[in-house]
Each structure stands twice: as structure tokens, then as C-alpha cells.
Ligand binder design. Sequence first.
Ligand code: NAD
Length: 430
Amino acid sequence: MNIAVIGAGYVGLVTAACFANLGHRVINIDNDRRKLALLRKGKPHFYEPGLEELIRKNVKEGRLSFAAEIGKAVSLSDVVFIAVGTPPRDDGGADLSAIEAVARQVASTLGSRHKLIIEKSTVPVSTGVKIRQTLRQYASKSAHFDVASNPEFLREGTAIHDFMNPDRIIVGADSAKAKEVLTALYKSVKAPLVITDLNSAEIIKHASNSFLAMKISFINAVSRICELTGADIQMVAHGMGLDSRIGKKFLNAGIGFGGFCFPKDLAAFVHISETLGYDFTLLKVVQDINASQVKHFLKKIEDELWNVRGKKVAVWGLAFKPDTDDMRYAPSLEIISFLKSRGAAVSVYDPQAMDKAREVLPAVRYAKSAYDACKGADCLLVVTEWSEFKDADLKRVKKLMRQPTVIDGRNIYDPAGMKSLGFVYRSMGR
Ligand code: NAD
């Protein structure tokens, strides 16, 4: 099929490259010329394992190209994915202005040849209906189109694998034609295809992310009880997770979730529920517990350092999770801003996110390596659980530090092992 994907971000670019790799002809459109310039050289503007190779291969084989203008690209396509950002507004609701702007531009290209417009971005329920109304308003009378929802569940860091091997593909469509096109599009992806109406598909995405966030906040709340009683959250989580009704995943206690999905999708789900007349208090508590985890981590830092002023603190990990360079809503931002406000000298290291971090965190020292960050440090904070940190030579780390204090926000080390190496070691919930 001929596909246009509007938005070349973490979701749009992966979607475009993967569909091209499945044999479709894809044009990926973005209005950010800086990103396009990089993409035209075969370079993604963010770190995602395997993506650069996939882009280069499909560009070379003539199935993937990039464009700045929506008009021509959409007129050449049968299927149009909208994958632009839906950032949070101050009131928690999703800012859908980019979605509307794109819908209006797409409308002007519609004619008698049928096109399927698919929302890939995460949006509040009823957005698909609004997109359809907007297309009707701004398109010519003869325009022939359908609107469908196909929310994306990929995770940054394993995005290509997730796109190609999803647990399920959700298709929200109200017409037979839309269902037929989407079924054909995903024919070679082996996963259950769940076909629903538009509104249900949109709710599936928000409810899934909110549920996963709830699971993280739940285990974090239990981790606080563990700390208060001397129990070990990892043993508790293991014992819970073996119950197949609960499952092992998303039971890692720590400083909580960040990133572009969970915080904003949770806020948007709370907001749309309120707009509809339902007070989703459960999810508000999930948000509160998540915010309290970072505060709890900051308290551990103060407990250990006493006066933060003048101390040298090494921070391992800036991205909101491993295997990505995404700094959006990363817990490291709040932690580092606290350290700076208290007068600490902060030295940071992340295997991939240093460049993106420089744009938002200017006044810190960017170390050359994980070890370099630890030189003369009074305390080391583990903020993101990269494998590089799990595999680090801790004896070397101890020699480099002024004081051997490690505060681990992701529970990546064994407390007994750390003690035997001579560290003062604090972690979350154990
Ligand atoms: P992103 O900010 O990385 O990408 C959005 C892209 O759209 C940007 O490159 C931007 O330049 C472009 N854009 C904005 N307005 C445009 C316009 N008018 N015309 C052309 N291009 C335009 O965001 P993302 O992380 O890819 O997320 C996109 C959507 O997918 C969001 O709704 C998000 O919630 C959802 N989602 C994200 C993830 C994830 O892991 N990042 C996973 C699943 C779903």
C-alpha cells in the first residue's frame, strides 16, 4: 500500500520504517526541518536500537522517503497515519492542536479517491469523531474517506521489536472499508487483531497505560510498607508476581514512572473522565504516589548527605528509562533541580541521553564516563537502570569516590553485596 505517516517522532518514524520494511511504500512527513535534514542523511534524531539500520535499508530499497509538506505526500497515499504529539496542557487535558492542524491540512487534499485516515497518536476518547467532523468541514463535498483509530503500544528502547511483535493490534473503525484496509495492512504481523468502534479503541489505549501506571504505583506503595517493617520489596514482588492473575511485569519498585506516555496519558484520562462527569479518584492517587516516590528519594539523599550544599553528587542515568535518550518527564530532571537548588556540585552520566539532556539541563558537569562522574563524589545516585550501571566495576567506583555512599533509585544492586564491598547503600523498599 501507499502510506503517509505524519509526524516523524518516536512513534511516527518507527511506524514508517516498520511498514516500509513490511513491503509498503511509505512517505514520512514532519514539519521540523532540522529532523528532516538528519533523516535524509539516514540518521534518526533520537536514539532507538536498530532504527538507523532499518531506515537506511528501506530508503536504499526505495520504500521509505521523507517530506516536509503534507499535501503531495497525502495525495499519493491510500492510508494516512497521524502520529503527531499530544502533549499535556496545564489542566492535564491533552493538547490536540497539532492533531487538528494536521486534519485540516489533510482535508484540503481529499478527493474522490478513497483514503483511510488513522489516528496513531494517543488521544482522549471522541477525538476520532472530532477528526471526522473536521475533515468533513474542511474537505470538498466529493471527498471520500474514513477515519479509524489504531493506537500504538510500542515502548521506546524496544520499539521495532514491539511494533513487529505486538501483543495485540487494536483497530477502532466504524466502516467495513476501514476494517478491511487495516486488516490487510497488518496481514503479515502475527498478533490478535481486535476490532472495535472508534471510542472503544481510544479508551483501550488510555485505560491500558493507566493500568500499567497503577501497577507501578501499587508496588511503590507496598515498597514503603516494606521499608517501615524491614521487609524486602523484591521478595514481596517476586512472591506476588508468580500469581498468574497478577503477573511479574511492572512490579519493580523505585522512583516511579516518567516519560512522554504514562504521566501525560494518566493526566489526560483523569481530565477526560472529569469532563464526562466521572471523578476517577483511583488514578489521581496513582499520580500522587508516583510524585511522592521522587520526594522520598530526595529525602534519602538528605538523610545521607545531611547538608547537600557543597557536596559532590554523581548521577548515573538521565533518560526516563534505559535504552532511550528521551528526557521528557524524566525523574532525573526533578532530582537534579533539587540538588542544584540545595547547592550541590552535580556530575552526570548517561550512555545515550547526554545530548538531549544538555538542551534542558545546562548547569551540570557532563562526565566522560560513568567512572569519571564518580571522581571525588560524596554520593552516587542511580536514577536510570542501564545495563552499563548494573555491570559496573563497583570496586573501581568505590576507589574513585570521596565517600562510598550509593543511593539506588532502581534497586539494581544486591544490598548484601554492596555492604560487603564497603558501601553505605540505600535503595527503595528494602
Ligand atoms: P514526538 O514529539 O517524538 O513526535 C511527534 C512529531 O510530530 C514531531 O517530530 C513533530 O515535529 C511532528 N509534528 C508536530 N506537528 C506536526 C505537523 N503539523 N505536521 C507535521 N509534523 C508535525 O512524539 P511521540 O513520542 O512520537 O508521540 C506521538 C504520539 O504517539 C503521542 O500521542 C504519544 O502519546 C503516542 N505514543 C507515544 C509512544 C512513545 O513511546 N513515545 C508510545 C505510544 C504512543
